[in-house]
Design a binder for this molecule. Structure first.
Ligand code: ADP
Ligand code: CIR
Length: 342
């Protein structure tokens, strides 16, 4: 059984009891992914928040005594609970922000993660399967017309300068994430990874990173409704041609259990230079409204100039529409608090 030093806070360390270890330690899912592989990341990096990845849709059931606990602890979702999906953008309560608040928001981005039903997850695919996934997804995306029409850029063919520019502009994944590496998600990097985007870079799809697809809608400013509407239409179009791994209990299946359900993160980059100095209040509002605070250069980054990435923390058991609403309500509360700080 892995050793966790005193003070380890990861969900893995909390959920992996000696009984569950005994029950699961020699199990494999139907693609051969072992329980030990699933917990490798958090065993190696004890500072993980969660520390667990699935090898396939089946991992969540093959290792159920363990994953049920993780899922309940993170999402409050019990083994018999159902997940409901709705990308109904007409139901969103999102009046435009007044001008003084609008200018506090630099940009808006909503992404959903999706994986193909016909393959295991990125943690467990072979090189050949990863290649097949790339071909299938890219050929579907190449059919897009109108605003969503774009081009696929293979990571292996990009120059260092192009990559750097896309990362700095917040369009592309970074690679080199130790948590993903320890879960096997960066094997044979950069082969068969890439990004599809339209000319305006308001619609983007990452291929074969943490999940097989990350479908992204983003733009400058605070028009959350426009961003959600574009995402909803694009995800619907892709789903017509690619069957995604999904079930009634877990919603969309993802390699990290924190993303299950909607697999959606809706975020704004927002200036909160005063509130950041009152960390207790900042964190209390974030907790109350179920939003997560990140730095603006991706997960596990800090802020340098008082700009924060604020996003929905919940992903499972509530619809996409409800969770975009969580983010909107949290952002409004944070703006009020920022204005109230001296
Ligand atoms: P995820 O893809 O899980 O949302 P990250 O937090 O690593 O993961 O973010 C990926 C990239 O998207 C980063 O470059 C980040 O800066 C960018 N990003 C996230 N939210 C926004 C936003 N609201 N505006 C602009 N860029 C964003
Ligand atoms: C961790 O456990 O810290 C990483 N594997 C990332 C987990 C997902 N991110 C998150 O909850 N913010």
């Amino acid at each position: 059984m892995p050793y966790f030093p005193t003070g380890t806070k990861s969900l893995l360390s909390k959920c992996l009891t000696p009984k569950i270890w005994e029950q699961c330690k020699d199990r494999r899912d139907k693609h051969g992914f072992t329980f030990r592989q699933a917990i490798m990341s958090g065993s190696k990096y004890v500072e993980s928040g969660v520390g667990v990845y699935a090898g396939s849709h089946d991992s969540y059931y093959a290792f159920a005594p363990f994953f049920d606990k993780i899922i309940e602890a993170y999402h409050g979702h019990k083994p018999n609970d159902k997940h409901i999906s709705s990308m109904d953008y007409n139901a969103l309560k999102c009046p435009p922000f007044p001008p003084d608040e609008d200018k506090m928001i630099n940009s808006t981005r909503i992404r959903v993660a999706r994986n193909l039903a016909a393959f295991p997850l990125g943690t467990c695919v072979t090189r050949d399967e990863r290649n097949q996934i790339e071909s299938l997804v890219v050929s579907a995306l190449n059919e897009f017309e109108g605003e969503l029409k774009g081009k696929y850029y293979s990571l292996a063919k990009m120059t260092e300068a192009e990559k750097k520019q896309l990362i700095n502009d917040h369009f592309l994944f970074k690679g080199g994430d130790k948590y993903l590496q320890s879960a096997g998600l960066e094997r044979e990097w950069p082969a068969n990874r890439g990004i599809f985007h339209n000319d305006a870079k308001t619609f983007l799809v990452w291929v074969n990173e943490e999940d097989q697809l990350r479908i992204i809608s983003m733009q400058k400013g605070a028009d959350i409704l426009a961003v959600f509407t574009r995402l909803s239409i694009a995800a619907g179009e892709i789903e017509k041609v690619a069957k995604f791994a999904h079930d009634e209990h877990l919603g969309y299946i993802t390699s990290c259990p924190t993303n299950l359900g909607t697999a959606m993160r809706a975020s704004v980059h927002i200036k909160l230079p005063k509130l950041m100095k009152n960390k207790t209040k900042f964190d209390a509002i974030a907790d109350e409204y179920y939003v997560q605070i990140r730095g603006i250069h991706g997960e596990h980054t800090e802020t340098d100039d008082g700009v924060f990435d604020i996003s929905n923390r919940r992903r499972l058991g509530r619809s996409e529409k409800q969770l975009v609403q969580d983010m909107i309500d949290g952002v409004k509360a944070l703006i009020e608090a920022e204005k109230a700080e001296q």
